[in-house]
Design a protein around this ligand. Structure first.
Ligand SMILES: Nc1ncnc2c1ncn2[C@@H]1O[C@H](COP(=O)(O)OP(=O)(O)OP(=O)(O)O)[C@@H](O)[C@H]1O
Ligand SMILES: Cc1ncc(CO)c(N)n1
Length: 260
């Protein structure tokens, strides 16, 4: 059985973060492990509290995992402060982890900040370069590139700028567009579009977490980056289309849509 590790924050409502990742990994019939970076008190209407884990405790979790059950892929989500980011980077380098997918989580769908402003530079310098694939959404790609993104041409420009400091592949997710859900993969100067029709739903809580862990699962299974993203996009589209409608705000996806 393939093993996938998620390093991320907990979402008490089960729609995003660690919970979305573990559901996604399990739905891919793989073994899920977790190193929790923060607790959030959160539901479909917003984030009501954040409690960061101690950075040494994050290291302790990663040590326990790698010295016992080595993951075939690693997904990184919410990392709230400089110490935690440095702890993760140090440990992933020490254990020569591979197939790393970094989702540079900055702001929740509801608008709450999930990373401190002063940690952005450390995220960019120490964590993003470890990713085989990084998965910014449009607002995150705007921050990372320093340009406004209003069109698909702008997405390409932003990816080119981001790639100046990052060797891994860059997937800019188009979920924040109104008319489609086209995602752009920029890998070593090569461009590939993953076209997607927009599913008309308010229930998109955890789409980013789910996509990045689905990509990690596919990399763990041995697929190429391009195939992994294609399969992950199919998974997220199915989980969105299923039409689960829970909670009073932006509800979660159905991770079990294809399990019968
Ligand atoms: N309404 C939608 N219909 C179809 N696909 C969507 C929709 N919303 C998002 N997606 C897809 O879901 C994936 C995640 O994209 P998105 O841009 O929503 O990430 P995100 O903003 O990081 O997510 P989150 O809301 O969890 O922070 C992408 O493949 C995107 O194209
Ligand atoms: C814990 C956590 N990670 C990531 C996101 C982004 O969707 C969220 N809302 N909560």
């Amino acid at each position: 059985m393939k093993k996938v590790l998620t390093i991320a924050g907990s979402d008490s409502s089960g729609g995003a973060g660690i919970q979305a990742d573990i559901k996604t990994i399990t739905a891919h019939k793989m073994y899920a492990m977790s190193a929790i970076t923060a607790l959030t008190a959160q539901n479909t209407t917003g984030v009501y509290g954040v409690m960061d884990a101690d950075a040494d405790f994050v290291k302790n979790q990663i040590d326990c995992i790698f010295t016992d059950i080595r993951p075939d892929a690693v997904k990184i989500g919410m990392v709230s402060n400089i110490e935690i980011i440095k702890a993760i980077a140090e440990k992933l380098i020490e254990y020569k982890a591979d197939n790393i997918v970094v989702d540079p989580v900055m702001v929740a769908t509801s608008g709450s900040r999930l990373i401190s402003e002063d940690a952005m530079e450390t995220l960019i310098k120490e964590l993003l370069p470890l990713g085989s694939v990084i998965t910014p959404n449009i607002p995150e790609a705007e921050v990372l590139s320093g340009i406004d993104i209003k069109s698909e041409e702008d997405m390409i420009k932003a990816a080119e700028i981001i790639s100046e400091n990052i060797d891994g592949a860059i997937l800019i997710k188009g979920g924040h567009y109104d008319d489609n859900a086209n995602d752009l993969l920029y890998d070593n100067g090569n461009i590939h579009w993953f076209k997607g029709k927009r599913v008309d739903t308010k229930n998109t809580h955890g789409t980013g977490c789910t996509l990045s862990s689905a990509i990690a699962c596919n990399l763990a299974a041995g697929y190429s980056k391009e195939e992994s993203i294609k399969n992950a996009k199919e998974y997220i589209t199915g989980a969105l289309k299923d039409g689960l409608d829970l909670g009073k705000g932006s509800g979660p996806l159905n991770h079990m849509y294809n399990l019968g």
